[in-house]
Design a protein around this ligand. Structure first.
Ligand code: AVI
Length: 322
């Protein structure tokens, strides 16, 4: 059995994190980056969200992949190096690796410590598959470390499931997709395998981001417990309520936290007053139409695209050949 290689590139810079957060919280329309939703409790709450009746994104993607595996196998290069972006518990790739006969598996996530356990389990399942874990925050740019020793002659499959691309604006998506195109390298057959949640009824979308049990509200509110730890602020989650709104012009669901009454939040060296009803914008989830996302992939440099959906056509999985 081979053992996974681990490379940690992301270094937490407390001052830079605090500066970024406080800049957003001080803006006329206060905002925070969705990446801060995912501390240990946030990641568990997100896993719970994926089980909710209102949030079908994860189930629809799994259905689309399971249903079309033979057609996908026919397109994706065999023996490729799979590069799993935002691998988390490596569960999605774990389900596919057998079917797609990969030549190497590289899991990328912000923390290599988080990947350690998942990769060790996966290695037992695929004892002969060379594996590596890379700790990298690719939300602000993706370039893979030379220490990985990627073989330029081996095709690469970049795997970006879960519609995480939906948390970027279309412009940010284009920039990011261009970086992914570059990361595909030059070996023939390489490409990007990416999941995208599709535009649907606004009422259903709003419910998906504001479920009856209040799990998404807890996920959103808990962000401020994390922010209190990161910047020393004194947000009380009881002063805020969670909102989900569909913005038809931007084709996105917006999550906001709204001040229940006038409040002032303080942190070392500063403060911010919020009027009753004022909001902090915490996340966007863009919902795409298939032709628009295909066009975006081609604009990013991908030569050809193909897609498969679940039967209800609520989620699409694209294969974009570099
Ligand atoms: C991770 N990401 C794709 C989820 C989404 O649907 O935008 C995060 C999420 N936020 C609220 N519910 C789920």
């Amino acid at each position: 059995m081979t053992t996974p290689q681990f490379i940690q590139l992301y270094q937490h810079n407390a001052a830079a994190v605090a500066q970024e957060l406080l800049q957003g919280l001080s803006a006329p329309q206060a905002f925070t980056s969705p990446k801060y939703l995912y501390d240990a409790l946030g990641s568990r709450l997100f896993e719970a969200i994926t089980e909710l009746p209102e949030y079908d994104v994860t189930r629809n993607e799994a259905q689309a992949m399971a249903l079309h595996t033979p057609a996908m196998i026919a397109r994706l290069p065999s023996g490729a190096c799979w590069i799993d972006l935002g691998a988390g518990n490596c569960e999605k790739a774990g389900r596919l690796l057998g079917a797609f006969s990969a030549g190497r598996y590289v899991a990328v996530d912000i923390s290599v410590d988080f990947l350690r356990h998942a990769l060790s389990c996966l290695q037992r399942q695929y004892p002969d598959l060379p594996m590596a874990g890379v700790g990298l925050d690719f939300s602000s740019g993706l370039s893979l470390p030379p220490a990985l020793g990627l073989d330029p002659a081996q095709p690469r499959v970049l795997f970006y499931p879960g519609s995480s691309i939906g948390n970027f604006t279309p412009n940010e998506s284009l920039v990011f997709l261009r970086q992914l195109h570059t990361c595909c390298g030059t070996a023939p057959g390489s490409g990007l395998f990416i999941g995208v949640d599709l535009l649907k009824d606004p009422a259903e979308l709003e419910a998906a981001y504001d479920d009856a049990l209040g799990v998404t509200a807890a996920f959103d509110l808990k962000l401020f417990l994390h922010i209190n730890r990161l910047v020393g602020s004194d947000f009380s989650v009881r002063d805020l309520q969670h909102l989900s709104r569909f913005n038809p012009v931007q084709s996105r669901v917006e999550m906001h936290l709204q001040a229940r009454q006038t409040l002032t939040v303080r942190w070392p060296g500063g403060e911010r007053a919020f009027a009753a009803g004022e909001t902090i914008h915490t996340e966007n989830a863009y919902k795409w139409r298939v032709p628009d996302f295909g066009a975006l992939l081609r604009q990013a440099g991908f030569a050809s695209t193909e897609f498969w959906t679940n039967p209800a056509e609520r989620f699409a999985v694209f294969w974009a050949q570099a």
